[in-house]
Write a protein that binds this ligand. Structure first.
Ligand SMILES: Cc1cn([C@H]2C[C@H](O)[C@@H](COP(=O)(O)OP(=O)(O)O[C@H]3O[C@@H](C)C(=O)[C@@H](O)[C@H]3O)O2)c(=O)[nH]c1=O
Length: 183
């Protein structure tokens, strides 16, 4: 089964089967039937996003507040990222826990991040192109996040902090405070 549930409930890793031959390779990068059969998740994806980032760029940690919360299915088509998620669901046994995954064009792994998680990634290779599907539309008024270097979360971003590049918006995100979490 190419879908594995991770130690964080409802967070799934997808390792697709690759068919290689003399021409190159082929694989189904997404199949709604297989996805639903394996995970039980039925909500359709309605927005696709594509970002390009240079080495050391860190985007995150982001989430949208309800009713605009987004589940995301993330993959990399060029380069390598360290993808990090934080469980923000207060009723979850793994509330406040985080996990990191290496996603790359080479390993073709995909991560399904449910609603109620914060998400971010850092680029480990010279550059990276990241594609992700979302089950809810972008809603700028609902955007929120947690500062990447929050001392309670203590996330290992794999790159020396002096080489991390973040947006002005991400530099002023709040620290992790359960009372501010809307899930
Ligand atoms: C996320 C997003 C941004 N934008 C615009 C707003 C802004 O002008 C420009 C760049 O936006 P940002 O700086 O927020 O992009 P970015 O920092 O890449 O934001 C993304 O980060 C990763 C980690 C996620 O998980 C995503 O959900 C999203 O929050 O693109 C859209 O038009 N639609 C979208 O869905």
């Amino acid at each position: 089964m190419p879908f594995t549930e991770t130690p964080l409930k409802d967070l799934w890793l997808f390792e697709p089967r690759i068919f290689e031959d003399d021409r190159g390779y082929f694989y189904e990068s997404f199949n709604q039937n297989e996805f639903t059969k394996a995970t039980g998740i039925t909500s359709p994806f309605i927005q696709d996003n594509h970002s390009f980032s240079k080495k050391g760029v860190l985007r995150g940690l982001h989430f949208q507040k309800p009713p605009h919360a987004q589940a995301k299915l993330i993959k990399v088509i060029q380069g390598t990222i360290w993808d990090v998620v934080v469980d923000l669901r207060k009723d979850s046994p793994t509330f406040s826990q985080h996990l990191g995954f290496e996603l790359s064009a080479g390993n073709k792994k995909q991560l399904y991040v449910p609603q109620g998680f914060a998400h971010g990634f850092i680029v480990l290779s010279d550059s990276a192109e990241v594609l992700y599907k979302c089950d809810n539309f972008y809603a700028p008024q609902a955007e929120s996040g947690i500062i990447y270097n929050d001392s309670d979360l203590a996330i290992d971003w794999k790159i020396d902090s002096s080489n991390i590049i973040i947006s002005e918006k991400d530099a002023v995100l709040a620290t992790f405070q359960p009372s501010n979490i809307p899930f």
